[in-house]
Design a protein around this ligand. Sequence first.
Ligand code: TXA
Ligand code: MG
Length: 341
Amino acid sequence: METRLLLPTKENIELTAQALANGQLAAIPTETVYGLAANALDGDAVRKIFEAKGRPMDNPLIVHVSDLASVKNMELVSEIPPKAVKLAEKFWPGPLTIIMPKGKAIPNEVSAGLETVAIRFPSHPVTRALISAAGVPLAAPSANTSGSPSPTSAAHVMHDMSGKIPYIIDGGICEVGVESTVVTTVSDTPMLLRPGGITLEQLREAVGEVDVSEAVLFKLKEGQKAESPGMKYKHYAPKANLILIKSDDEKYIEYVNSRKNDNVGALCYDEDEENLSVKTFPFGKKNDFENQANRLFDALRSIDETNLTTVYGRCPETYGTGMAVYNRLIRAAGFEVIELA
Ligand code: TXA
Ligand code: MG
């Protein structure tokens, strides 16, 4: 199949929206990462997403809407819990996904057989225009091959999806750079399932108590249940062995430089670069977590363009947007962390 890379002109949005409404796939830009979209009300169309990504069928998808009213009117959910209303009023449109009880219109392919459904109202003008023009909600996981870092540019999507899907809309570099925050409002106390652009601190400020799923910061034990199916899969890992180093700046630099050889690299902060004597992959400024989120996936992908065998990474902070960066990096590293005293 030929994959067409399209700019988001009015005509191209109309063309792609029609293709989506007719059951075809398209990769679309959002403010978080690129999504691989299909008509969320069409189970056969949604099935194609799983094929193109090589995604396990038991991992449910997020349904994207372009207004709040259609969540209820289109029977995407059976009810909007009071705390979901609060969160939606505060953070939509934006990088927040809210899990609610599933409505009649949601095919099993989308919810992977669960009684709940994930809903997001994105802020990106192109995403919103596409959903409106298609006239249907769009189911869309990140547009990467299953297991790879999520795409934050059209070139990333092309790399993973060329020949597998008919359309990619090029909306430039994604602003947030990590996937949306996922919170469930099905439990009495809301629970954070995946950290993202909306922070835990912001969620708590909006609705009070919010629990954090253990899988956000820790490795699940054998047989332990993941509240969010996606958290149980290996994710984001480069081919090289990535090891996180928890230490201050000086010890990190000393540790990496003392292991210098042609096969070693460093996934470092911008400030570390000039002091390192190995190949570097800077992923952001040390104290700017939004900048790290914005650049992390591109840095991880560029490691795969080399033949390095070992990469030593900085271990991010776990508060604010740092939690989202940590959550992705710890998975990319297979939870391997060396702590230097
Ligand atoms: O920013 C984003 O969220 C991007 C853009 C395209 O919107 N989408 C995205 O989708 O990251 P995906 O499929 O890569 O991640 C969705 C996550 C998965 O971890 C999945 O297991 C979880 O949300 N999820 C979806 N439905 C769920 C449900 N009903 N209950 C619990 N977790 C759910
Ligand atoms: Mg994904």
